[in-house]
Design a protein around this ligand. Structure first.
Ligand SMILES: C[S@@+](CC[C@H](N)C(=O)[O-])C[C@H]1O[C@@H](n2cnc3c(N)ncnc32)[C@H](O)[C@@H]1O
Length: 285
């Protein structure tokens, strides 16, 4: 009888990598060059253990079966997605939100909701951060209300985001006054955990959205869309396809924020640059 220990010795062949990586790219858009083989092998070993399979050949066969495809795809996606994020990541975006976008909205609005979408929100730092900056800007001004839609493809990361609990290390970039205002400290002082306060959590609505879906189940149009450090995992045609779909949900004059290592150059999209990674959607003709 093969022992579960053998899973640790299991190796992913180039052929099985080819099969699995094609499925991943087709279903998520995420590029999977051969250089990612070691990473995929390491991350999928947990799945072999969970399924009591002893080789990647068996795993690949399972994924290709109708039952395996419907149940395992979600786990494969959780295993391959890169969820690196931070509070106040790329802080100039939050400055622009506070100093330009929100004052302009306040000036022109007559009591509408300010709607923001954090698309590819990972473990929640970005959408909670957006909500905190808006709340802090409004300082109890009741002229406008707001909400943040937050979405990701990975169900595992969405569970963490909804939980809204962060370690002391994770909240280091948060200014002290915001930490006091927007986080509750764990009662057990040994734990050093911080939970986002209900007033902020209630403003953020999470859902699972895959950018590869033909249409996003998002009924509203937004004033601002953050889609940062997600496009980088896709090839250029997929990037353009994703941004075009996101733009259907952005109001004319609305803002799109992308990550600092991403670019929309030569994509011929109805956008005008405001900063290198910040754009406004052109008014419709
Ligand atoms: C590196 S994180 C970026 C998080 C945050 N936006 C930031 O800038 O800190 C990228 C996120 O994109 C998500 N993602 C990858 N492919 C996706 C897809 N096809 N649809 C939706 N989200 C996707 C991943 O699950 C991951 O959480």
């Amino acid at each position: 009888m093969e022992s579960i220990q053998n899973v640790y010795k299991a190796e992913l062949s180039d052929k099985d990598f080819g099969t699995l990586s094609n499925i991943i790219t087709r279903e998520t858009g995420i590029k999977m060059p051969i250089a990612k083989k070691v990473m995929l092998q390491a991350r999928l070993k947990r799945r072999l253990t969970a399924l009591k399979l002893f080789s990647f050949a068996e795993y690949t066969k399972f994924v290709l079966s109708p039952e395996g495809f419907s149940t395992e795809l979600i786990h494969m996606i959780d295993a391959v997605s890169t969820n690196k994020t931070d509070f106040f990541r790329e802080p100039v975006h939050f400055e622009l939100l506070r100093e330009v976008v929100l004052p302009r909205f306040l000036e022109h609005s007559s009591g509408q909701l300010f709607r923001v979408w954090s698309a590819g929100c990972s473990s929640g730092e970005e959408p909670y951060n957006i909500a905190m900056v808006i709340d802090d800007f409004l300082k109890g001004r009741s002229q406008i209300d707001y909400y943040v839609r937050a979405s990701d493809i990975s169900t595992a990361i969405l569970r963490m985001a909804i939980n809204a609990v962060y370690t002391e290390q994770r909240v280091l970039p948060v200014p002290k006054y915001m930490l006091h205002k927007y986080f509750m400290r764990s009662k057990d002082s040994n734990k050093k955990l911080f939970k986002v306060v209900p007033e902020i959590r209630n403003k953020v609505q999470f859902s699972r959205i895959n950018f590869m879906d033909d249409t996003f189940k998002v009924p509203e149009r937004f004033d601002v869309i953050f889609c940062r450090n997600v496009l980088i995992y896709f090839d250029r045609p997929t990037q353009k396809m994703v941004v075009s779909k996101l733009l259907r949900h952005l109001k004319p004059g609305g803002y799109l924020f992308i990550g600092h290592s991403e670019s929309l150059i030569d994509m011929n999209l109805p956008l005008t640059g405001v900063r290198p990674t910040v754009f406004r959607k052109n008014k419709e003709e």
